[in-house]
Design a protein. Sequence first.
Length: 123
Amino acid sequence: MPLTDGQTEAKKPVSGFATENQQPERRASVMTADSGHPRLPLLRAIGEMRAALKEGYGFPGDADAFEANLAHEIDYADPADMSGVIRLVEEFRGRVLARQDPAFSASVAAAIAEIQAARRMDQ
């Protein structure tokens, strides 16, 4: 639609940041069934990671561990190198996905059973 006199074109946020009169883009709160993890929150932003961990999607204690490690990484990071924060987010994203994957739980249970069987045979 063409602009008339006195109208200005709304500026889009730069690098995902909202300008004064704009709201940040809202993201869907769940992944699709095609992702392999239906009903799992999106994990693209630190806020989404925090929300997923607080809602119990990770392993017990992950929410507190993430917050403590994130604070440490930010406090000691060079502003030009946030690779520690990136590594941390990737690590906890993997933990959330593993915790919600039924095949992961089955694999852990099978490994525990094998170890227990091997210990019984050694005795």
